[in-house]
Design a protein around this ligand. Structure first.
Ligand SMILES: Cc1cc2nc3c(=O)[nH]c(=O)nc-3n(C[C@H](O)[C@H](O)[C@H](O)COP(=O)(O)O)c2cc1C
Length: 185
């Protein structure tokens, strides 16, 4: 797929088939992700690739986290939270390294990892996969971060849910850049 076609057709696809994503494709997406720019070449991205039964473990941690944050929720709400990790055959959680040197800025590490996420999403599109970048309360929760092997004060920038689209992706038509752009010459 040509680059501009991938950029313009990329869209969040949450309705995914349960079929597993071949390892070769997972590695292609990760290889694309790490081509992102990053200041001081610190490569601040951390990818945690979750599939199979590990999704059930993640769902359990997400439900525990939800229950701890909202103690009065009914069991059905916890069950719903638990099932969220099963919405895709593959989840790539993306963490951000904390700055290791005084000159490295947290915001720049976040920007670099966001660029890596976009590369990953574009690669998924080019490979015929559907993907959706998700965050929510789980992405802020220290229990979820701990399960992923991240530190509590490390950013978990997203959980990218990936699989084959359940239906044919539709053409997208987003507003243009004009209202967000000032020209100076
Ligand atoms: C940092 C970030 C966090 C997001 N978190 C969620 C989320 O928790 N749930 C969700 O449904 N979509 C989430 N999204 C996806 C956006 O809702 C989606 O990109 C937006 O609706 C535009 O649709 P598009 O991706 O098809 O262009 C997130 C996107 C970004 C960049």
């Amino acid at each position: 797929m040509e680059l501009f076609e991938a950029i313009f057709s990329r869209q969040s696809i949450g309705d995914l088939r349960p079929d597993p994503v071949p390892r070769e494709l997972v590695e292609k997406m990760l290889a694309a992700a790490v081509q992102a720019p990053n200041h001081y070449k610190v490569r601040p991205w951390r990818f945690i690739v979750i599939s199979g039964a590990a999704r059930e473990e993640l769902g359990e941690v997400m439900a525990q986290s939800f229950g701890a944050q909202f103690p009065s929720v009914p069991p059905e709400a916890l069950e719903k939270e638990r099932a969220k990790a099963l919405r895709a055959p593959l989840i790539i959680a993306v963490g951000v390294d904390k700055p290791s040197l005084p000159k490295v800025l947290e915001v720049e590490n976040l920007a670099a990892v966001a660029a890596a996420c976009q590369n990953l999403l574009l690669a998924a599109t080019a490979l015929g996969l559907g993907a959706k970048w998700r965050t929510g309360a789980a992405a802020l929760d220290p229990r979820v971060k701990e399960w992923l092997g991240l530190e509590a004060d490390q950013h978990l920038l997203g959980m990218i849910y990936i699989g084959y689209p359940a239906s044919e992706p539709q053409p997208v038509n987003r507003p243009g850049f004009e209202e967000h752009t000032t020209w100076k010459s």
